[in-house]
Design a protein around this ligand. Structure first.
Ligand code: ADP
Length: 693
């Protein structure tokens, strides 16, 4: 069997192999040379196909989800990628050690590394991807262009030859006509690219593009392209098998980009015609054929306003955004990859592939959109993802409590939605984004929500400069609506406090727990509390008065004279709140004193300064020495019948990790304590009876 594998890897190109369905038995164990969501996603399909999986992990990923999901996991070194995920030898050794007969490289890392691909073959391990030669030929943008030019695939006008003298590059830029784009031939991730608007800017732009390219790729070779001012980025998913057949699985529009990197992708591309799609599909397959391609690949094009399209580059691997294609074709592209790698023919022919409905993918990043999308890191203190259905898919590699580390890409998840039309899919996207809640670091969810709801985007009227052009509408802060958000926060705090106390009560085995006492409440008797909040660097004070109406606790919440009447219930992080008769469904997460309120599309972080629980102590005491909040009795400080002076301490209770002293309201004596030390007290309950002198 191994020999068959070897033969396939080394010289199977365009050779008719007749492995048919036996081939799935060829791959018994698959090592995934990647991490995060893509590792998890590949593990899922492999498992469904009955293939055992091996994960590899670095120091930072010891407890990561992909490690848990795989059947086996091998530690491959320190957190920096060079010492783990990019270390070819360690990964090959991990495969040999575990007896993995194949390696899936995912995307990024070693996925487009021809040396790694060769190394797999040398070690008799099947590489899930194209041949090393195909990878090499597309590795350099200029070499790729030459191949495509020869194959008759349309190119953006420009220059992509060897002579790299500044004079030559300038001459070709002048000839091409400004604006031009200087691009690193070895480029990726939008790095080493500079737009040159006119000849005067040329020298400076060339220097900085070269510097960035050298720093990022160790290679400062440049190419010149006509800079299209309003293009769309439309790419074609292709698939080729070892038998020499190829199909295209339609297009993805990835024009919504920040810093030349994709943010939202969709399929089909808005406004795409059948003719244009076939023309682009044909050109993409021509590109694949030119390099005897095998497996999954993506041919990226720039689509100009007039419908002309130009080859940009070919990615010889699975793309981040492959799920949108899966949703509109109802196919599992990883399954296709594994089958094709094993020598099986393509699962479907071109005429069997159907494009159905519309799908979007939004990339949820730990980053700060308001600060030039600066990557963020930290512990995900709270993570709530929308409910999964046939319309909503979430691909992620993290769980609540995991860390988004500084070592890797800060993508937290991919949210993918599908519906019958673009409009319906957008509605799904928008509502799923509202339910995508992450706390612990800055994320782009509000930004994505603004994008999904932007009218111009909804109209499908966008190009690659969309984000830059629509800055004002897209970048908005979580605007605090004090009349709604503040009462919701206060209501949450008070319900949370009560819930904590009732949980302690429930776990207490005290037979005489006063928890069930209801006689402590007196109609029209009020209790007050104060919460000091810090929101967006501003301080707010909430006063909450509680009273009982029939069996329902009602809260009067005041902020700066604005009063709301509220009640509600807390179910985990879900707060069902009734504010002035209006029912709200919001989420609050947090611990200690830092919280996040998720309301509609907004995410409001707030802090609670030390709550002054005994604020209205005198009022409380004046009403018969009632407990100001739910809590536990710590100590009784005087005996029954003992005479006391005003303000003498009578009893200490504890709530929200703070002690609170109940004092004598005036000279007099305690007739009776209704509770003993360690008893739980319901907020509002009478603690003791007191007789005034
Ligand atoms: P990288 O490999 O670094 O991602 P690409 O060549 O794929 O670089 O280009 C990234 C993005 O830059 C494209 O999606 C597109 O938005 C923009 N771009 C690239 N070439 C051009 C061009 N000639 N004119 C206008 N925009 C371009």
């Amino acid at each position: 069997m191994l020999k068959v594998l070897l033969d396939m890897v080394k010289n199977a190109k365009h050779r008719k192999l007749d492995l048919n369905n036996n081939s799935t038995t060829v791959m018994k164990k698959l090592l995934i040379a990647n991490r995060g969501e893509i590792a998890c996603r590949i593990i899922d399909t492999a498992r469904e196909m009955g293939i055992r999986t091996v994960a590899v992990y670095s120091e930072a990923d010891r407890t990561s989800l992909h490690v848990d999901l795989a059947d086996e996991a091998v530690f491959i070194g320190a957190s920096p990628v060079r010492e783990s995920y990019l270390d070819i030898e360690k990964i090959i050794n991990a495969a040999k050690e575990t007896g993995a007969d194949a390696i899936h490289p995912g995307y990024g890392f070693l996925s487009e590394n021809a040396e790694f691909c060769r190394s797999c073959a040398d070690n008799q391990i099947l590489f899930v991807g194209p041949s090393a030669d195909a990878i090499s030929s597309m590795g350099s943008k200029s070499a790729a262009k030459k191949i495509m030019e020869k194959a008759g695939v349309p190119l953006v006008p420009g220059y992509h030859n060897e002579d790299q003298s500044p004079a030559t590059l300038r001459k070709h830029s002048d000839e091409t006509g400004y604006p031009v784009l200087l691009k690193a031939s070895a480029g990726g991730g939008g790095k080493g690219m500079r737009i040159v608007w006119n000849a005067d800017e040329f020298d400076e732009s060339l220097d900085s593009a070269k510097r960035e390219a050298m720093a990022s790729f160790g290679d400062d070779k440049m190419l010149v392209e006509k800079y299209l001012t309003q293009p769309r980025h439309v790419e074609i998913q292709i698939f080729c098998d070892k038998q020499g057949d190829g199909v295209y699985l339609f297009e993805r529009d990835c024009s919504v980009q920040r810093r030349h990197q994709k943010v939202i992708e969709e399929s089909p591309a808005p406004g795409m015609t059948h003719e244009l799609r076939s023309a682009m599909g044909k050109a993409a397959l021509q590109a694949a054929e030119a390099i005897n391609y095998e497996g999954a690949g993506t041919v990226e094009f720039l689509l100009d306003k007039d419908g002309s399209f130009y080859f940009m580059e070919m990615n010889t691997r699975l793309q981040v955004e492959h799920p949108v294609t899966e949703m509109v074709t109802n196919q599992d592209l990883v399954e296709w990859q594994l089958k094709v790698a094993c020598g099986e023919p393509l699962p479907l022919a071109q005429n069997q592939l159907k494009l159905s409905g519309h799908a979007f993918e939004a990339r949820i990043y730990a980053e700060d959109p308001e600060n030039d999308f600066l990557p963020a890191s930290g512990i995900i203190s709270y993570l709530k993802t929308p409910a999964i259905s046939r319309h909503v898919r979430v691909d992620t590699g993290v769980r609540q409590g995991d860390e988004v580390s500084v070592y890797y890409d800060p993508m937290i998840a991919k949210l993918i939605v599908w519906d019958e039309s673009r409009e319906k899919a957008l509605m799904r996207l928008s509502s799923a984004l509202r339910e995508f809640q992450v706390a612990g670091m800055k994320t782009n969810t509000i930004f994505l929500y603004s994008l999904a709801n932007n009218q111009t985007f909804r109209d499908g009227d966008f190009d690659t400069s969309f984000i830059a052009k629509h800055q004002k509408e897209l970048f908005r802060k979580a605007e605090l609506d004090t009349s709604i958000h503040l009462p919701l926060i206060a209501l949450y705090l008070i319900l949370h406090q009560e819930k904590s106390a009732s949980q302690s009560a429930a776990s207490s085995l005290e037979p005489n727990s006063p928890w069930n006492y209801s006689n402590a409440w007196r109609l029209n008797e009020t209790l007050a509390q104060e919460f000091k909040l810090e929101i967006q660097q501003k301080e707010y004070t909430a006063e909450v008065e509680q009273r009982k109406r029939r069996e329902q606790l009602i809260y009067k919440i005041s902020f700066n004279g604005v009063v709301a009447e509220a009640f509600g219930e807390l179910d985990g992080e879900l707060l069902r709140a009734n504010l002035n008769g209006h029912q709200h469904r919001v989420y609050v997460s947090g611990d200690e004193n830092s919280y996040s309120l998720f309301v509609d599309d907004l995410h409001v972080d707030f802090k609670v300064s030390q709550p002054d629980l005994g604020l209205d102590e005198e009022a409380a005491l004046g009403h018969g020495l009632a407990a100001p909040m739910n809590g536990t009795v710590v100590a009784l400080l005087v005996g029954p019948g003992e005479k006391v002076k005003k303000d003498d301490a009578l009893l200490v209770m504890e709530a929200m990790k703070m002690e609170h002293t109940i004092r004598a309201p005036c000279d007099g004596k305690v007739l009776e304590f209704f509770y003993q030390a360690k008893d739980l007290i319901d907020g509002g309950s009478e603690i003791l009876s007191f007789e005034e002198n």
